[in-house]
Design a protein around this ligand. Structure first.
Ligand SMILES: [Fe+2]
Ligand SMILES: [Fe+2]
Length: 308
């Protein structure tokens, strides 16, 4: 597996968009991780504590004062926000040419060898939602995509509490928690964007397939993620990398199979939070590239899964 991973990482390094090709120091001391977030475009590092608020949609403009209306007997409060996010948070936002190249790179890269656990999730999803991609299938996948990050965040708080007497270690654990939260936020935007596309396309989502089934799969995935994290954290990261690899290929294949999407304008419903793209095809390519970034992050973290 190690040899396999090395091959895939070195294959990715030929790609100018690959994190290894940027030279920015990482807060965790690794030369790769933050570099992924400093790629061309306007990446805002969601993994850094004092920037995490940027992910919130309610950020006010620079120097803006927002007053909270007081009720009887209360003192008036004023919130001062000293700056405004200038770019959406998350992995690097790519331009048109980079998005096309990202699609070509994904389609030219073989899928990872999926484990039995990963296949146990992918197979029922294909049976229930169809082997081919669709907005409804992607919306369902995005519901479960953030589950491992949620599990890692929870385990991180547990570890922080356990190591609270060792401040340097607790701080490094906290950095991982912040990263897990940023990735959850990114997945959440994916879900909202896909759900918006489902509704605009007038597609129906029934209660069993789009409420109950995602909940059951997410429940399974969540518990598998934290149990694996407890016994073999590298396996937990590997499982997530497989899930992200699957998502990356699903998005890029869907765009390739539906060339008309290049002529459908991006509705821009979440443009302020996620950026605006020329077409729905580019929007989905960007989401696919986010999934690749998540995958590479998990593969990198696999090398040093425990915080020391
Ligand atoms: Fe996603
Ligand atoms: Fe993802």
């Amino acid at each position: 597996m190690v040899a396999d991973l090395t091959y895939k990482l070195s294959a990715c390094q030929k790609n100018p968009l690959h994190p290894a090709n940027y030279r920015v120091p990482s807060p965790r001391g690794s030369p790769v991780r933050l570099e992924a977030y400093s790629a061309p475009g306007r990446y805002v590092p969601g993994g850094i504590a004092n920037d995490h608020w940027r992910a919130t949609p309610r950020a006010a403009s620079a120097g803006h004062h927002r007053s909270i209306p007081k009720r009887e007997g209360e003192t008036e409060m004023t919130i001062t926000v000293d700056r405004r996010p200038e770019a959406p948070s998350g992995p690097p936002k790519l331009d048109r040419a980079q998005l096309r190249k990202a699609q070509d790179d994904t389609l030219a890269t073989p899928r990872m060898d999926y484990s039995l656990l990963a296949k146990m999730m992918f197979k029922p999803v294909d049976v229930m939602y169809g082997a081919k991609g669709s907005y409804t299938k992607f919306a369902m996948l995005e519901i479960i995509a953030r589950v491992p990050y949620q599990a890692w965040e929870r385990m991180g708080y547990w570890a922080m509490h356990r190591h609270r007497g060792r401040s340097a270690l607790a701080r490094r654990v906290y950095e991982r928690i912040v990263e897990a939260r940023a990735d959850q936020d990114n997945e959440q935007w994916h879900l909202l964007i896909l759900q918006d596309l489902v509704q605009r396309a007038g597609q129906r989502q029934n209660w069993l397939l789009h409420r109950v089934a995602p909940w059951l799969i997410a429940f399974f995935y969540y518990h598998v993620s934290w149990v694996l994290f407890l016994v073999r954290p590298d396996w937990s990261y590997r499982l997530n990398a497989e899930f992200e690899d699957h998502a990356e290929h699903e998005y890029m294949t869907f765009v390739a199979e539906n060339p008309d999407l290049d002529f459908v304008p991006d509705p821009g419903t979440y443009a302020a939070e996620y950026g605006r793209y020329r077409s729905v095809a580019d929007l989905l390519r960007q989401i696919g590239h986010d999934e690749r970034t998540h995958k590479l992050d998990s593969l990198e973290t696999m090398r040093e899964p425990r915080v020391r």
